[in-house]
Structure formats: structure tokens, C-alpha cells
Write a protein that binds this ligand. Sequence first.
Ligand code: ADP
Ligand code: MG
Ligand code: ZN
Length: 621
Amino acid sequence: MKTTPTKPKKPLIYYYFIMMLILFAFNLFITPMIQSQRIQEVSYSEFISVLEQQQADQVEIDNSSGTIMYTVKDNDRNVFVTGILPNDTSLSQKLEDSGADYTSSIPQQNSFWLDLLTWLIPLFIIIGVGQLFSRQLTKKMGANTMTFGKSSAKVYVAAETGKTFKDVAGQDEAKEALSEIVDFLHNPQKYKKLGAKMPKGALLVGPPGTGKTLLAKAVAGEANVPFFSISGSEFVEMFVGMGAARVRDLFKQAQEKAPCIVFIDEIDTIGKKRDSANGIGGNDEREQTLNQLLAEMDGFDGSKGVVILAATNRPESLDKALLRPGRFDRRIPVELPDMKGREDILKVHARDIIVDDQIDYRTIALATSGASGAELANIVNEAALAAVRHGHNKVLQRDFDEAVDTVIAGKERKGAVISEKEKRIIAYHEIGHALVAAVSKNSAPVHKITIIPHTNGSLGYTMQVAEQESVLMTKDEILEKICTLTGGRAAEELIFNVCTSGAANDIEQATKLARAMVAQLGMSDQFGMTALETINNRYLSGDASLVCSNETAAQIDREVMDIIKNAHQQATRILQDNAQLLHEEAEYLLQKETITGEEFMEIFNRHRQQPAADSQTETHS
Ligand code: ADP
Ligand code: MG
Ligand code: ZN
């Protein structure tokens, strides 16, 4: 639950303002308009003549304002008005003779109050309606909108998460570490008897979308205890000093409800390293919040059964104080799923949809190397959407294949306009990649090649899927990968003698790999096993910063350039040697726009069996 800062006051002010304007306009224009139709000013002599002709119906003499108002017979729509002639002594006689019904009114002192009432009554109505509106608005936006700042007691609501370990696929190590906590929450006595203290907190670390939040919820579900959940960013909202107050509040509530779990998601928002460098004007608020958190964690009695879980995807930025024993001393890695993990995650999510029993989850898992649990969940959903789109009554394998493409490369942009010439270049570019990969010894087989543009901005792509997932990469494998990446540009140059922007992404990837080889993996002859870069955030972008002198940095750059240049040359050589094959494959791709790895390999193998055409194919490496 979140508090929403109060805002409904503003619309109300507008409302009052507009209503006042309408009221004002009404009084100014409409009232006289209605009245002007009826009241007509006439001369005194006209009035006298009406009296003499005995035409007057009702006459009203208003002494206070000095006016006479009258109506004439057979016309009650119009009211005539004229002034009183002060020394007309014969008036009463004339009125008597005319036979009209006449009154002389008492001076109207209450006209001021009457005026006021005509203003006040609508005003009260307007305010009343406005109040009603605002109350409804408040109700809609949550009960505590008006009371923010007073107490944040309602923020932490113990939730029944409804998740259990069954909902989390893979992540067996993490589950094992967490089940100890569950066991502790079930029977703390067992631990107390031996004098074992449960760790106060456990920190779940791993890349985004790997199921950290899900795991925390599953722990609460398994242990069947209240689950207080708050996100780090919620601590640093709104007002100075609120964050620390919230932390205090949270722990107070948790201790009342023990045994329970407190889960702080995205803890890096408050737990960042406290910097001495920005002492002045630094983020004092965040620091105060963090200090309060540290104090609370030290203060509470762990044996009562309050367990604090936290999750982050940037553990290296956390303040050291948070990680020392007695605080988050348990660190539970939640890594990207491996092949088996991916298969299991797909199956867990496929339980929720109607699927064909012939689905080959292993193939899908193979094709989605590097995908997180969240992405796999998304693939399953996309597959179900694709099945609906195609009118299938259950989700088929090809729906899954389509979903994998959609999630990896975005949707096909069928309407994109690409000239014939550009299409040719793109086809040769993609075949360039595929051919270099196919010729290389250690490269993963080609799975699919397409020149249909996708919504992620790619104009085409070559997908390779390994037969088996490996956790290590050899130097040769990385070199071959760089070579494959340069194959696209090499084909463009070789056939069309042009350089296009289509290789931008290839260049970026190749450079990253080559840099990592030199600066992180100790794979260059010149530097050997020296770490020249440190990775800033392993689970996010993987950005690295240099830890070496400027001269070394310049040498690294040169080394990287050499690696890529060599790879490029080698790719060019491979394509030159297989020029005929390149043409044939490219023509085939141009015709079909999307081809499978088998189709590609069929043409490839046919050529390979006629060694006369391509003699020195093994020149690389
Ligand atoms: P994180 O907190 O690590 O960023 P989440 O826990 O929010 O990731 O995961 C997002 C979604 O991805 C989950 O709701 C779930 O549907 C799916 N998911 C992630 N990992 C797994 C997993 N191991 N098993 C099943 N589903 C998963
Ligand atoms: Mg999360
Ligand atoms: Zn490319």
C-alpha cells in the first residue's frame, strides 16, 4: 500500500471559482433580462390617463423608493413603473375613482437582506455540493490521503501473498537457504534450545527479473506469517525526516506482529554507500533513513521471530555497514536461470494457460539463453496471445516460437518500406554472419535468419542457438564470436563495396567482447592476467571502469583495435573463399525473407560436398 500525497484541494478551488463566476454572470445579465421584459417605465401623465380611462388593474405605491408600479387590465405580463409626484393631492381621489385595486406599501427596508439571501442560498448549495465531491474524491483515493504526515501506520499492511515455493522454478540454492528461515519461523524453540541465533536479515541479490520479489513472497506464503512489504524508494518520499520515522514505525509494527517477515525491496535506494565526499548538500535524508535502519536492526531482538529480507540488483553499491554480521549477514544469490531452470520456469507459467501436450520446452529454453524469469513469463504470455490471434484453441509450438522472436527482437514490422537495393545489402549482411559462424569450429549452430525488420530497430538478424549451454567460454570461442560479429560488415564490403550503418550493433558487441578479453579476462598476450577494469554493477549494465594509468589505457585501446581488425580480416577471408555459397544463400534468403537453420545448412552442406568450388575453407584460426 502506498500513501498518495494530497492533491484534491486544487480541483475544488477551481470548482468554487467557476461556480462563483457563473453566479455572478447570472446576477449581472440573466436577472435584468428576465425583468426587462416585464417592467416598463412610463411617464406620470400616462399613468394619470390610464387611471382616468379606468384601465388600471393593480396599483402599488412604494413610498420608500418614491415609485408607483401598476398593471393594466387584460395585460398581466407587463408592469409599468413611474415616479410619485409629491404634491399631487388629488391622486388618492383619482385612484378611488378609477376603481383600481391599490395599496400603499410600507417602506421596504428588508431589500438589502433579500439581496443578500439571493446570493447566500446558492452559495451554500455550491459549497455543500463541493464538499460532497471532495469527500468522494478522498474516499476513492484511499482513506489516508488527508492524513498524510500524521502517521504512516497504515502503510505497511500484512499481506497474504498466496505464493509458495512451488511458484518459483529453479533457484534451488536460494530456496534451500530460505527454507531454513521458514523453519525458524515455524519453530523458533528448536533453535533457541541450542542457543543458535537466526540471522536477522538475508539479502537477495541478482539481476532484475530473476524472481527476488517472488521468492520473498513465497517465503511468507510458506511460513504462513504476516508479510510487511515496502520498497526502498517509499522511504525517501515526501518530507525530510519522514524516512527515518517510517523505518521506526515499520519495525514497531513488525515487533508487535512477530513472528513475521519484513521485506524491503530495492534496498539500494536507501542503502547506498554513505559518501563523505558530499558532506555538504549530500543526501542527508537518505543517510538519516539508513542510520535509522541500522539502529533498528541492531536494536530488535531477533529471537522473537522477525526476519528481515531485502532485495537488490546492485549489491556493490550497498553501504558496508549494512552487510556486516548481525545485519544482512546472509547473502542469497538469485542468478539468471540455467537451461534446466528456464525449462522449469516455462513449465510453471504454462500451468496457467491451455497448452498443447507436444510442446518442446527444452528447445525454447535453449533458444532463450540469458533470459530472466520475468522474460520467460512474458514469453509464455506472448505465446498465449499469439494463439488467440491465430485462432488456435490451445497454445502450439509455433506460437511459442513466435513469442520468443517477439520478446527477443520485438514484433515484425511488416509495413516497413525498404528498397530492393537495401534489402539485398541486408540479406548479404545476415548471411555474412551466418556463414562465418557456420565455418567456425566452436560457434553455435545457426537457428534462424531473417531480413524482416523488427520493432526493436533491427533490420534483420541471425539467431544462433547452442546445442548445450556452457558456463565457460574459451579464448577461441570469444575470438570466433567477434569474427562472426564482423562477418556482416565484411559481406557488405566484399559484395557491394560499401559500409552501412547496419553494423552499428555488431560493432558495439564486438568491442565489448574484445575489451573484456583484454581488461578483465586476462586473454591478451601483452597484459596477461592483470585486472585493468572493475565492473561497477554486475547485474545491471555491466559497466566497467578502468583501474590503470593513462598509458595502459591507450595500450588497451590499441590491443582491442588489433583484435577486432584481425577478426574482420579473417571474416573477409572466409567469405572470399566461400563467395559462391554466399551468393546462393543470400539469394535464397532474399526470396524467402526468413529461413531456418536447417535450410541454411542444407545449402551449406551441399556446397561443402563439392570441395572443388571452395578449396581452402579451413584457413581460419
Ligand atoms: P525481481 O524482483 O528479481 O526483479 P520478480 O520477483 O519481480 O523479479 O519477478 C518478476 C516475475 O517474473 C515474477 O512475478 C514471475 O512471474 C517471473 N519469475 C521470475 N523468476 C521466476 C522463477 N524463478 N520462477 C517462476 N517465475 C519467475
Ligand atoms: Mg523486484
Ligand atoms: Zn549484423
